[in-house]
Design a protein around this ligand. Structure first.
Ligand code: GLU
Length: 432
């Protein structure tokens, strides 16, 4: 049977994605454009276009009532050219393979943009963790780990938290893997609890990185943080820490939301109150510091800065025109579709793209992995200083690339990343 060839589209138009809300198509549209601008040769294009390896597993779990459920799980390794695969694992009811493929490729580009020596990977388990008991969640995590065990490892592929996964889940992965290795292997995961070899600053790293990128973007636009307003979509780990650290720059946070909707207060929300509310209730339910708004309304508020820090595809060609923010910093992966990119370019909105804006998490994951391997641990100030240096430097590189090639900051970030991965792939050559 003839092998299925990878066909490069002839029209490099990011707005011609067939389904702008399929994350894989959205990622590919940007990759194609960056490849075109770079003049990437066909062979390298073919290699980087598809994931190196895709693992799909069926995970049986004995439920608390004695019944048996089987969950679908994935681990996709997009590229291991620059180092071990790296990327989170998400637990969510609607996880699908194209989403995990896109997220894995985004990890490849993200690690290359901030120049940490990892490839890109991502995992997903199709489940609703809010409906699982702790025991069920633990059994699901351990069985999933056992099923992908041959493909992960400190030098192979290093998982981390993502949507609905956390340090406790990383601890179960670490333990399962270590039991099979017959010795503690802390570098098998990052984002684990401090006492198991986690890094200071890791939990807050993504949100802190988003605030660093907000600061840089505002300076670049000549905007004074102290006179700016900001709306944050999402108040999970990324959204809540982003809001808190952006407020510390002097920016007034006027709105924040969770999955059920948001709170808006033109006078600014008190971040201490928000933090207490989230610590106590883990949602904004019953929080009466302002007017209730929908998640869609939050995006369209008259603010200077918008932080989409919830999920994919919230800004599309349907609502981009209505967005008033001049600066958008993408805390989530893939919040903006290619159709919306075009509108932001026309409207001269500065977008700090996900593969740069939220790279603080994986950068500190890299620090965690380094600390595990040298067995020597840094304090939080040290971690944050190193993170700031890397992110500010990457921001400047992306802006310089955008100016040089007259492309958006998103395409500039892809160009930087694709060029680095292509270069390594070319130099390593093809093992035959
Ligand atoms: N899940 C995070 C991301 O999407 C962190 C990944 C990691 O630290 O490996 O960037």
């Amino acid at each position: 049977m003839a092998a299925e060839a990878i066909v490069r589209p002839t029209t490099m138009n990011p707005n011609q994605s067939r389904n702008e809300e399929n994350p894989l198509e959205a990622m590919n549209a940007r990759f194609d454009l960056a490849a075109e601008k770079l003049g990437l040769d066909q062979g390298l294009y073919n290699i980087l276009k598809v994931a190196d390896r895709e693992i799909a597993v069926a995970i049986p779990v004995v439920m608390d009532d004695g019944s048996l459920n089987v969950y679908r799980g994935y681990r996709v390794q997009h590229s291991v050219a620059r180092g071990p695969g790296k990327g989170g694992i998400r637990f969510a009811p609607n996880v699908h393979l194209d989403e995990v493929r896109a997220l894995a490729a985004w990890m490849t580009w993200k690690c290359a943009v901030v120049n940490v020596p990892f490839g890109g990977a991502k995992g997903g388990v199709c489940c609703d963790p809010s409906k699982l008991s702790m025991g069920e969640l633990e059994r699901l995590t351990r069985r999933y780990t056992a099923m992908i065990m041959d493909f992960i490892g400190p030098d192979r592929d290093v998982p981390a938290p993502d949507m609905n996964t956390n340090p406790q889940i990383m601890a179960w992965i670490l333990d399962t893997y270590s039991m099979h290795q017959r010795h503690a292997t802390p570098a098998i995961v990052t984002g684990k609890p401090l006492e198991l070899g986690g890094s200071h600053g890791r939990v807050r790293a993504t949100g802190y990185g988003v605030s660093l990128m907000t600061r840089e973007a505002l300076y670049r636009q000549g905007m004074d943080p102290k006179t700016c307003t900001c709306a944050v979509q999402g108040c999970g780990n990324v959204g809540s820490v982003s809001a808190e650290t952006i407020a510390a720059l002097g920016v007034k946070i006027v709105a924040i939301s969770d999955i059920n909707g948001g709170i808006y207060n033109a006078e600014g929300l008190d971040m201490t109150q928000v933090r207490i509310q989230l610590e106590e209730h883990r949602s904004l339910d019953g929080f009466e510091a302002g007017d209730r708004i929908t998640n869609e309304e939050l995006l369209e508020l008259d603010v200077d800065v918008l932080i989409p820090a919830a999920t994919e595809n919230v800004i599309t060609s349907r609502n981009a025109e209505k967005i008033k923010a001049r600066v958008i910093v993408e805390g989530a992966n893939g919040p903006t579709t290619p159709g919306a990119d075009r509108i932001f370019e026309e409207n001269e909105v500065l977008v700090v793209p996900d593969i740069l804006a939220n790279a603080g998490g994986v950068t500190v994951s890299y620090f965690e992995w380094v600390q595990n391997r040298i067995g020597y641990y840094w304090d939080e100030r040290d971690v944050n200083n190193r993170l700031e240096r890397i992110m500010v430097n990457s921001f400047q590189e992306v802006c310089a690339m955008a100016e040089k090639h007259k492309v958006s900051t998103r395409i500039a970030a892809y160009m930087l990343a694709v060029d680095k991965v292509a270069d390594v792939t070319r130099t390593r050559g093809i093992y035959a």
